[in-house]
Ligand binder design. Structure first.
Ligand code: ATP
Length: 275
């Protein structure tokens, strides 16, 4: 299976802070990947390494079969939207599209204009006058029209209200299907991404705690309580969730949000304290 992102023992230190430790991942192509973890877990650091904005302290990383940001061709294949949906506040919506066309060799003006129209934007409107949700949509439009093969979105919905969040994620799903692009999007809250992601990476305390296709991960985990008899080889993740390749009779599978939370809790709180 083709991987879009492969990391091997990837680590990143900033002076005295270890932001990412021994991160080994294989992310298959064609997925919408939810990268989830609490504040300071290392999400932005990992995304910065994927985009080539940061260099590793140790280990290796390959993105779309090459070194991140290896050259102009590689840069054109990856679209990145940093936290807080950066747009140029003094430029109009139309200016953003013109700028996109000048900077990106594979720019799809028809797609950009169609999305601007669907969103009901006035092309002459200055980006600084758009709402937070509209700015996020504009940044997403610019990233999508770049016709990248991989879209990296760092906390794209963090500053949006629930309605804008829902609209943003619905639009994302629409054009991911249309463009056949792979997406990695980060959030503190798995609940934000649960509806859209089909691959999950949980980061906490600078380490990958859990990674895999959502369907596989859910099938491997069970909601348990104190009295449940666990099969040999089952692993207790927290007071309510166990991992087992054999079924655990009388139990059901957790929701994705519960699962992510169990792994984050295990990483951050000693097992005894979580019981
Ligand atoms: N430029 C930097 N210099 C020093 N330390 C940094 C730098 N950037 C990040 N860090 C530290 O690295 C760790 C991981 O930060 P990172 O921003 O990657 O986490 P995050 O999961 O994206 O957090 P958040 O959800 O709060 O944005 C944190 O302890 C942070 O303080």
């Amino acid at each position: 299976m083709t991987s879009i992102i492969t990391t091997e023992q990837l680590s990143k230190r900033y002076r005295r802070t270890t932001a990412l430790t021994d991160c080994t991942l294989r992310i298959p192509a064609g997925r919408i990947v939810g990268l989830v973890g609490p504040n300071g877990a290392g999400k932005s650091t990992l995304l910065g390494l994927v985009c080539g904005l940061l260099t590793p302290t140790a280990g290796s990383i390959t993105v779309l079969g090459d070194r991140p940001a290896a050259g102009a061709a590689q840069l054109a294949r990856v679209g990145f939207v940093a936290q807080d949906a950066p747009v140029y506040s003094r430029l109009s919506v139309a200016d953003h599209l013109r700028l996109g066309a000048r900077l990106n060799p594979r720019w799809d003006m028809a797609l950009a204009q169609r999305r601007v129209q669907q969103l009901g934007f006035d092309p002459a409107q200055k980006a600084g006058r758009l709402s937070g949700g509209q700015r996020a949509q504009l940044a997403l439009t610019v990233a999508a029209a770049k016709r990248a093969e991989l879209l990296i979105l760092d906390e794209p919905v963090a500053s949006l209200d629930p309605l804008a969040r829902s609209a943003f994620l619905r639009d994302l799903l629409d054009f991911v299907a249309e463009l056949g692009v792979s997406v990695v999007l980060s959030s503190h809250l798995l609940g934000d991404l649960e509806r859209v992601c089909d691959h999950l990476v949980v980061l906490a305390a600078s380490r990958v705690q859990l990674a895999g296709d959502v369907a596989d991960l859910l099938a491997l985990h069970y909601r348990v309580s104190d009295g449940d008899a666990l099969p040999p080889g089952a692993e207790v993740i927290d007071a309510h969730i166990a991992r087992s390749t054999d079924p655990i009779p009388g139990t059901d599978h957790p929701h994705l949000e519960e699962l992510g939370l169990a792994y984050m809790t295990r990483a951050l709180v000693p097992v005894e304290a979580s019981r």
